[in-house]
Design a protein around this ligand. Sequence first.
Ligand SMILES: NC(=O)c1ccc[n+]([C@@H]2O[C@H](COP(=O)([O-])OP(=O)(O)OC[C@H]3O[C@@H](n4cnc5c(N)ncnc54)[C@H](O)[C@@H]3O)[C@@H](O)[C@H]2O)c1
Ligand SMILES: N[C@H](CO)Cc1c[nH]c[nH+]1
Ligand SMILES: [Zn+2]
Length: 429
Amino acid sequence: MISLYTAKEFTNQFISNKTKKQPFADSTLKTVRSIIENVRQNGDTALQEYMEKFDGGAPKNLVVTEEERSAAWEEVPENVVEALQKAAENIRSFHSKQLQQSRMMEVTEEVISGQLFRPIERVGIYVPGGKACYPSSVLMNAIPAVLAGVSHLVMVTPAKAGKIAPILSVAADIAGVQTIYKVGGAQAIAALTYGTESIQPVDKIVGPGNEYVAAAKSLVFGDVGIDMIAGPSEVAILADATSRPEYVAADLIAQAEHDEKARAFLFTTSEQLLNETLIELKKQCASLPRREIAETSFKNEGGAILVGSIDEAFNLVNQLAPEHLEIQIENALSYLGKVKNAGSVFIGNHTPESVGDYFAGPNHVLPTSGTARFSSGLSVDDFIKKTTYVYYSEQALQNAAPYIERIAEKEELAGHGRAVAIRMNNISE
Ligand SMILES: NC(=O)c1ccc[n+]([C@@H]2O[C@H](COP(=O)([O-])OP(=O)(O)OC[C@H]3O[C@@H](n4cnc5c(N)ncnc54)[C@H](O)[C@@H]3O)[C@@H](O)[C@H]2O)c1
Ligand SMILES: N[C@H](CO)Cc1c[nH]c[nH+]1
Ligand SMILES: [Zn+2]
């Protein structure tokens, strides 16, 4: 069911740089390059062509109309709307505490310096709509953008035969998305970057998607900002003899069911827990609607590793830098200090990752494929630019001039030195 590895085998297979795969196949990049070029050249006509090809038809109007948006509320059960609203409240509350004010760093009579925090003006959110439908991703991407003060917030998602899932439209209303376009895939990323007759270009694109979407984001980066290139979803679970095998198995499955390439790992100090978890996995997979996906993921991408100590487990996990880390060992909370690299941490036996995927408040758009070593999950900061400023009085410039001139001389940039010296001459006149 799930492959077993020693610590050494695990390191060779999943951590060593030598075994790291290229992020995108050449054939994917080729396809995506030609889609981007076509959209740049032919705008909406190219979008229609791809919608016919991939999404079962091309709607004439790409925008989800006000009528369609209000009709969507009739199609989503009230208790589901309530769940989305409760989740949105928690996400809003958590992210509102990330907001920072513009601030002065230094204020004297001679010098003022500081930072302006300004929202990115135009943001496009990609919401996957191919094989699955993720209203939670609408909330996770849009709520921090709205809190940051983004003034033009649009969403793209593939329509099926001209219609988007009503629940995505309702989630967009709850989160504060202004316009929804019925287009997905690499073509939507190209449209958001370069604009078409129907879609205005944005300054930044955020949100997860399949390999075509991710490859498109990587290719347009620079012409537009992007959040990250999200790879397949991952979880690492730390368990010991006190852990509950049925919980551990359920949480491994919750990750593996995402897709065949999802990666679910168990690190445990207990052989008994390991064996009982294997039995549970078999039992729980039997009744899983996405059984085949989960089993393929376990077989090809997942792993269970028996370790000698909790410290050894943390050492491996910190090298892996997983998107999600669950600590299900005794006194779990006391181990938080050992976490160096992880996108988001779930502590104790009663905090499955699903709590964070949907409800608790922290963002579920997180760094994958080891990138938690140097990057963080989506937050309000992703929608803010920080502009520094400085003011010098005549006296301040006079005090600094000799130092600036000396460095300019060493860099052989005489113009830089003169820009200061010319002012010193004025002072002495
Ligand atoms: N990390 C996260 O937070 C997170 C959250 C939700 C979903 N996801 C991931 O997002 C992905 C969603 O993928 P999806 O496919 O369901 O939806 P998607 O919306 O990302 O992709 C569907 C689109 O892909 C394009 N496409 C399909 N086949 C193509 C081909 N052969 N050539 C060119 N373009 C093609 C089409 O335009 C189609 O509309 C999954 O991998 C899922 O794991 C990640
Ligand atoms: N686990 C995914 C990546 O963090 C997010 C998600 C959306 N829906 C369910 N799960
Ligand atoms: Zn999930």
